[in-house]
Write a protein that binds this ligand. Structure first.
Ligand code: DDH
Length: 287
């Protein structure tokens, strides 16, 4: 067991588990990023409910949300790390793992601070339906992310995470990856979104998604969700899609800031970075 507070030791163990030859595309990285995002992305600024504090996905009410299908794989990957460092909270472990995975897959370093609690305040548990629905349009995307306190630029930057991983027909109903090199963090997603011709198709399960067909009409395996295409077609979002397609450094910088902000939703800190939420102070681990 490592010494409580030794986050470097935790980081190292997360790095070690990323290589998973038997799983998906050989990496736990993408699903760990999605776990971090879904743990935090339930936040509602107005009522100060949801967010990564509490790690509510351990319980059926949040973990059983169909939007979270498949994330049990990410949680299982992290169990040995929790066992080796039992002092870390799940809420800290999940958010840290997302940040470490982005960095290890070639993305930016994301500023991460500890101190989340696993104490679950039932009144703060988010209702289902707070995470975005891929079949919808730009107004839905805005409603979801404005609720958390993000602006249009931050929304587009965050959605650049779709450079990683894939859709699984047995989880979301959508099928396929957004880019070819899906375990390498880059701005490829934006370049393909802006640069390729996408065609709307209906999958055998009735789900509609966009696919890329090359000049010979041969369908490639690349896909976009309706919400991804909404970024390309919206007059404000598209400016940022183009900027990030052209400038990888700008994307990395903006993604790192927005993802760090996402991980902090609902967490309040004093000037020294110590968490001041009442639940954290009374509920358990306090950094
Ligand atoms: Fe996403 N995402 N996401 N996403 N996402 C899926 C996979 C992954 C939406 C829907 C889906 C973000 C935003 C949105 C990742 C990260 C992020 C899948 C496929 C769907 C559907 C799930 C499956 O079948 O396994 C929608 C809608 C939005 C939206 O903004 C409107 C954001 C902001 C992030 C982020 O990390 C900041 C990652 C990574 C994956 C790949 C997971 C995997 O297992 O591979």
């Amino acid at each position: 067991m490592s010494k409580p507070g030794n986050y470097e030791a935790v980081r190292k163990d997360i790095v070690k588990l990323l290589h998973q030859p038997e799983y998906d595309d050989g990496s736990a990285g993408p699903v760990l990023v999605r776990l971090a995002w879904h743990s935090a992305g339930t936040y509602d600024a107005e009522t100060d409910t949801g967010g990564s504090n509490g790690a509510g996905m351990r319980y059926e009410r949040e973990g059983g949300d169909p939007a979270n299908a498949g994330l049990q794989h990410a949680r299982v990957f992290l169990e040995p790390v929790k066992a080796a460092h039992p002092w870390i909270t799940y809420a800290d472990l999940w958010t840290l793992a997302g940040c470490v995975a982005v960095r290890e897959m070639g993305g930016p370093e994301i500023r991460w601070l500890p101190g989340r609690t696993d104490y679950v305040d039932d009144s703060k548990l988010p209702p289902r339906g707070r995470l975005p629905d891929g079949s919808k349009a730009a107004d839905h995307v805005r409603a979801v992310f404005y609720r958390m306190g993000f602006n249009d630029q931050e929304i587009v930057a965050l959605c650049g995470a779709h450079n990683l991983g894939r859709c699984h027909s047995d989880r979301s109903g959508f099928d396929g990856p957004w880019v070819n090199n899906l375990t390498r963090f880059s701005n490829q997603y934006f370049r393909l979104l802006a640069g390729l011709e996408w065609k709307l198709v209906t999958l055998p399960n009735g789900v509609k998604q966009w696919v890329y067909e090359d000049e010979d009409g041969i369908s490639e395996r690349l896909m976009m969700l309706p919400t991804d295409i909404a970024l390309r077609d919206d007059p404000v979002f598209c400016e940022w899609v183009d900027s990030y397609a052209e400038d990888k450094e700008l994307f990395f910088e903006d993604f790192a800031k927005a993802f760090a902000k996402l991980m902090e939703l609902g967490i309040t800190r004093d000037a020294r970075g110590r968490v001041t939420n009442a639940d954290n102070v009374k509920g358990g681990y306090h950094s």
